[in-house]
Design a protein. Structure first.
Length: 260
């Protein structure tokens, strides 16, 4: 099976490869993810010239697949417990986990572009979007790598609180790795060049503020789209809205043993 992924090549050319190509076998997806994780598509020279050699739409497809893998792992708890609607919950989590990151991207991208323009970034609108999509794909790749661990604990314990905490930790770690990828790229876009070290430092401070904004929005978006793991004492719902509390209040109450 061939998935649209790499640019067309002339007659007699070998198999097309690369996140910027148009035709890539499914077996090449992991290779492209590996290249992205290693920074091969965000090289210093390209970033300093304002170039990001990635195709955002194709990265989104890869991210959707990776997100669905981890989402299914989160929803496995409801499915293996034999609860009513368990498999529907698993499918729901597989759909909502990548949606969580896409919605966070939509909410935060305008502010990222404005911050980028204020910092006089070399990256234009399209390149800024590609870089952000790449960082989100890195987050989802890290999460997908945690899916076997999540499945292992799901099959070996019935503790809902523990699995909820475990998934929050994994999502937090993936977020840190993905934002670290973005921060590294930002440092390459704004190097401490001779004669303008203060400008580069100011730009990076501006982007650190945005990174905090991204994390806050992502956490609250997860709260809006819950449930993911599936409380065994509640019936299945695609989305369980709760305006009476937010994600951060929930975490605080959980840590102080006030939530039940």
């Amino acid at each position: 099976m061939v998935i649209p992924f790499a640019p067309r090549r002339g007659p007699g050319a070998g198999p097309a490869q690369g996140l910027s190509g148009e035709s890539l076998p499914m077996s090449g997806w992991l290779k492209q993810l590996d290249a992205l994780l290693r920074g091969e598509h965000t090289r210093k020279d390209d970033l300093q010239e304002g170039r990001v050699g990635l195709a955002a739409r194709r990265l989104v497809l890869l991210g959707l697949l990776l997100g669905a893998v981890y989402g299914a792992g989160m929803g496995l708890y409801a499915a293996v417990g034999g609860r009513d609607g368990g498999w529907r919950h698993m499918a729901s989590a597989a759909l909502k986990l990548p949606l969580l990151f896409l919605l966070t991207l939509l909410v935060t991208f305008p502010s990222l572009y404005v911050f980028s323009a204020l910092a006089n970034s070399r990256l234009r609108l399209r390149e800024t979007l590609r870089l952000l999509v790449a960082s989100i794909t890195v987050m989802l790749g890290v999460l997908a790598s945690f899916a076997p661990v999540t499945a292992f604990f799901t099959l070996s314990t019935d503790s809902y609180r523990f699995l909820l905490f475990l998934n929050v930790v994994f999502c937090g770690l993936a977020g840190l790795v993905g934002l670290g990828f973005l921060l590294r790229a930002i440092r390459l876009v704004f190097p401490n060049e001779k004669g303008s070290p203060e400008d580069g430092g100011r730009a990076r401070r501006i982007f650190r503020v945005w990174l905090l904004l991204f994390g806050v929005v992502g956490a609250q978006m997860a709260w809006i789209l819950k449930p993911f793991v599936g409380n065994p004492h509640l019936r299945f719902e695609w989305i369980r809205p709760s305006r009476a509390m937010n994600f951060f209040e929930f975490v605080l109450r959980s840590l102080t043993n006030d939530w039940y």
